[in-house]
Design a protein around this ligand. Structure first.
Ligand SMILES: Cc1cc2nc3c(=O)[nH]c(=O)nc-3n(C[C@H](O)[C@H](O)[C@H](O)COP(=O)(O)O)c2cc1C
Length: 191
């Protein structure tokens, strides 16, 4: 038996990421969870950002943004950037998070986030009360001490990153669990 609830936003788990837009002089941080990879080549992701917030206009004007993966170490700072607006608060200053210059685009990355993507805006559209921004990833940064092999981007140590997981609908944060299998492989047992 199943209970039925009509349209709900109960999609989980989602990553908690901090989007930074602007430049080193004046930048804003917005916490979002509605993010997805859209295509792999070139690596491109999509983010949903409320039309009424401060960040949408900055992204539209500057045409770039960074995606910074939040860890549990910065749970309070991450939540803070999701309950305040850059319209009336300087979030870098108030949260204590640190701006670092990106290498390719103007929007800075966040030092305290273990993984950071520099994205160039390639497309956008409005859906209801959100802007959908499409960003091509042009550079990826990973804290060296969060890699199992410093030569390999794919060797991120997930336990060390300790990503902050968000459960949409319940509005709660969780932590990631243990590895339970190898993707694209374990299903072969059923071939
Ligand atoms: C955990 C969490 C997830 C959120 N996810 C989104 C999201 O996916 N898209 C969005 O537009 N706002 C999201 N928000 C709300 C924005 O962060 C919030 O509206 C923020 O105040 C906007 O800031 P700004 O005006 O500086 O842009 C989220 C907030 C939290 C706490």
């Amino acid at each position: 038996m199943k209970s039925t609830f009509g349209p709900q936003r109960l999609l989980f788990p989602l990553p908690t990421v901090l989007i930074v837009c602007g430049d080193m002089e004046k930048a804003n941080i917005v916490t979002i969870a509605w993010i997805s990879m859209l295509t792999g080549s070139p690596p491109t992701l999509g983010i949903s950002v409320g039309t009424r917030g401060f960040s949408s206009e900055l992204i539209k004007t500057n045409k770039n943004f960074t995606v910074n993966i939040a860890s549990i170490d910065i749970i309070e700072e991450s939540d803070f950037c999701g309950i305040t607006s850059g319209k009336n608060i300087e979030k870098f200053e108030k949260s204590g998070l640190t701006k670092l210059p990106s290498t390719i685009i103007e929007s800075p990355i966040i030092k305290e986030c273990p993984v950071n993507f520099e994205c160039k805006l390639t497309d956008s559209g409005v859906f209801g009360t959100t802007n959908h921004f499409v960003g091509e990833i042009v550079e990826t940064h990973v804290d060296t001490d969060k890699l199992n092999d410093v030569q390999k981007a794919g060797s991120v140590n997930i336990e060390a990153v300790n990503p902050l997981i968000y459960v949409s609908g319940l509005r709660e944060y969780r932590k990631i669990g243990k590895k339970v299998g190898d993707a694209y492989k374990i299903g072969k047992k059923l071939l």
